[in-house]
Design a protein around this ligand. Structure first.
Ligand SMILES: [Zn+2]
Length: 197
């Protein structure tokens, strides 16, 4: 049964910085990201992390090392995020796992019983919000990473239902939308993405 709603979280530039780490030791939490994720989880939303880690294919670290870092980082924060769902390929590599393709989101939906049409993405790149459009959900852009640049925001704008400064802003927006939906639970109206995509 696909009943759970998810907020798919991008990693670098959304939850952690820097954007292009040379080693896993460099990764630090974006301030407030832990509290924001905790709010989503408390509300009952599932939080899978979907990430492009081109440095795996480049040989800076292995997928196993990345998975071990991920488990340790989020368990130390006490956050039950799911995944990671990883594209390990270089950015110019044509692969079905690269965002905005839907493969990793579909895989998470299968494993976690998610209703993608009622799910969200939060990320700092146009590909993160375009992915939500492709799987029929709602995309939120945050300006902590790539989208700190105005030209990146412009590329993402058509696919973004919400644009905010940080993940905390996106979470605030999602939770107010979800509370409205709860109030309208008995209405036949379906949640439809605000973006024109
Ligand atoms: Zn890939």
């Amino acid at each position: 049964m696909k009943t759970h709603r998810a907020v798919f979280l991008d990693l670098n530039g959304t939850l952690v910085l820097p954007l292009k780490q040379e080693s896993l030791d460099e990764m630090t939490l974006v301030p407030g990201a832990d509290t924001a994720i905790a709010r989503l989880l408390t509300f009952g939303l599932v939080c899978p992390v979907v990430t492009v880690q081109a440095r795996i294919e480049k040989g800076l670290f292995t997928e196993a090392e990345f998975r071990a870092w991920f488990m340790s980082f989020f368990s130390n924060l006490g956050l039950d995020v799911k995944g990671p769902y990883i594209c390990p390929h270089k950015y110019n590599h044509v692969c079905p796992c690269q965002k905005p393709n839907s493969l990793l989101y579909q895989q998470a939906a299968q494993e976690l019983g998610l209703d993608l049409s009622r799910s969200y993405t939060i990320g700092d790149s146009p590909q993160d919000v375009q992915a939500a459009c492709r799987f029929g959900g709602t995309g939120c852009l945050v300006r902590t990473g790539w989208a700190a640049q105005d030209q990146v925001v412009e590329k993402a704008r058509a696919s973004a239902a919400f644009i905010g400064d940080t993940i905390a802003d996106a979470v605030q927006w999602i939770l107010s939308k979800e509370r409205d939906n709860r109030e309208q639970r008995n209405s036949a109206d379906r949640l439809s993405p605000a973006a024109d995509c």
